[in-house]
Design a protein around this ligand. Structure first.
Ligand code: FAD
Length: 440
């Protein structure tokens, strides 16, 4: 095996190599083809989509029908929906939105690592430390990276670093009087609402490039919802500047390791008016990028999403053993975590059906496409479901044709931001107690 020293990793299904970029697959020593005995299902991403599908598949692993591996950059699940509150309230609140993966997936093999490529011809996932993991069936659930302070920077790992991250941004909020939020989606509105709930006297402005808020939602909320939203923002003294794109500062000016710019800094916009105004803090709530860099280009559509059919199989892959779930894939709905749960049984059924076929074919996946089992299709809905809190006590919600305001929005989402819901759904246990106001 030449100068490259290769050694078997802890599992017989893994391979560790020193130089990941130059080794062709046929040079690798693999002690066992995983599909020769029990099919190996690999999930990439331990966010909402990856954890939900992992939970649904674990019983099949316990019964010996499949082997199950989940690969995630960090050893914890990050409850993004509660993260804007943690960004304002600080490190104590951050504890409630961090769930150790081992509490969610008790029997699955969890690999803490960063996937850098998927070698589709060889059915192998490759990590940045050179580890390769073979799969019989792959589930891609790598989601997106949101450029607001609510999403953790990709490199950030470890409990203490995550607490420090939220401590730093919450201190920046605390120390600023004039705060600008750049963005026009739900995250921008929630950020403004959380700041207003915690600090009655700060000047808070949302600057949004579109003529309307929420213009990026696939299913547009009706006029009644939008007028209630504008009314609430006015009542809460949150300034809204629409049709103005922030051109300076830019994310290049971020405080290192963070997603904000501390001032005093002059914000310049391009738009109807063209604003030039000084702020003490500029936070982003505008853009996101898909975590898609590891996939073969033929799997992606023009927007960079993994193209899936109604059964969640990736259409650009001609092997019949790759599925995608969650924000990274193309769906005809607004991408949300709360709407993933009803889809889980479809994708879990399909993954298991393909895994079972691989087992029957004794691992000969070249025959898989010809022998594909009947898969279940999901019917997408265009029903608008949007819960938009503006702090714990205010907000607007839309469920189908019905618009609701403060009390229902608080009850459904604002009070706890689904923290208890996701803890119970993913672990069966309640979250740690809420921090007191003094400890935040
Ligand atoms: C601030 C904020 C508020 C939100 N509020 C709501 C809300 O109220 N309701 C709602 O339904 N949705 C909300 N969303 C959207 C929701 O968070 C997403 O729809 C959801 O996160 C999608 O889940 P996912 O598992 O597909 O992706 P993610 O949650 O993005 O998870 C992807 C996982 O893959 C991992 N990963 C990525 N690349 C790699 C790699 N190369 N190697 C290993 N691991 C990798 C990541 O670390 C991450 O853990 C909000 C999002 C944000 C940012």
């Amino acid at each position: 095996m030449s100068s490259l020293e290769q050694k078997e990793a802890s599992s017989s299904d893994d391979i560790v190599m020193e130089n990941r970029t130059t080794i062709p697959m046929n040079n690798l020593r693999v002690s066992e083809s995983p599909s020769s005995t029990v099919p190996q299902v690999v999930i990439i991403g331990g966010g909402y989509a990856g954890c939900l599908i992992g939970r649904a598949l674990e019983p099949e692993m316990k019964s010996g029908k499949i082997k199950l591996t989940l690969i995630e950059r960090r050893d914890t699940f990050h409850h993004k929906i509660g993260a804007i509150r943690a960004a304002v309230r600080g490190k104590e609140y951050a504890e409630r939105i961090r769930i150790p993966l081992k509490n969610i997936l008790k029997y699955t093999k969890i690999v803490e690592g960063n996937v850098v490529s998927v070698r589709s011809d060889d059915d192998v996932v490759e990590l940045d430390d050179g580890t390769c993991i073979r799969y019989d069936v792959l589930v891609c659930a790598t989601g997106t990276l949101n450029h607001s302070s609510g999403d953790l920077p990709s490199h950030l790992r470890g409990k203490d670093n995550i607490r420090d991250y939220f401590r730093t941004v919450s201190e920046a909020v605390k120390n600023a009087q004039r705060i600008c939020i750049a963005g026009g989606g739900p995250t921008a509105v929630e950020f403004a609402g959380e700041i207003r709930a915690a600090y009655k006297d700060k000047d808070v402005a949302i600057i949004c490039s579109s003529p309307h808020l929420l213009s990026s939602c696939v299913a547009q909320p009706p006029v009644k919802f939008m007028s209630k939203l504008y009314e609430k923002l006015r009542d809460l003294n949150i300034e809204l500047l629409r049709g103005e794109k922030v051109v300076s500062p830019t994310p290049d000016n971020f405080t290192p390791g963070q997603k904000f710019v501390q001032g005093p800094v002059t914000v310049t916009t391009k738009g109807h008016v063209g604003i030039k105004r000084e702020f003490d803090l500029v936070v982003w709530a505008a853009t996101w990028t898909l975590n898609n860099e590891m996939y073969p280009p033929e799997w992606l559509n023009s927007a960079g999403e993994l193209n899936v059919s109604d059964n969640f199989m990736v259409t650009g892959c001609d092997r019949g053993n790759v599925f995608a779930f969650g924000d990274v894939c193309s769906v005809a709905e607004t991408k949300q975590a709360i709407t993933l749960h009803p889809k889980v049984k479809y994708i879990a059924h399909n993954v298991l059906a393909v895994a079972d076929t691989v087992r029957k074919l004794k691992g000969d996946k070249d025959l898989l496409l010809k022998k594909l089992p009947k898969l279940k299709n999901y019917s997408w809905t265009d029903k608008v479901v949007l819960y938009l809190p503006i702090g714990p006590d205010h907000g607007v919600s839309q469920v189908g044709g019905w618009t609701y305001t403060d009390s229902k929005t608080r009850q459904w989402k604002g009070e706890d931001l689904y923290t208890e819901h996701f803890w119970k759904l993913l672990t069966g246990n309640p979250p740690p107690p809420k921090p007191t106001e003094e400890s935040c």
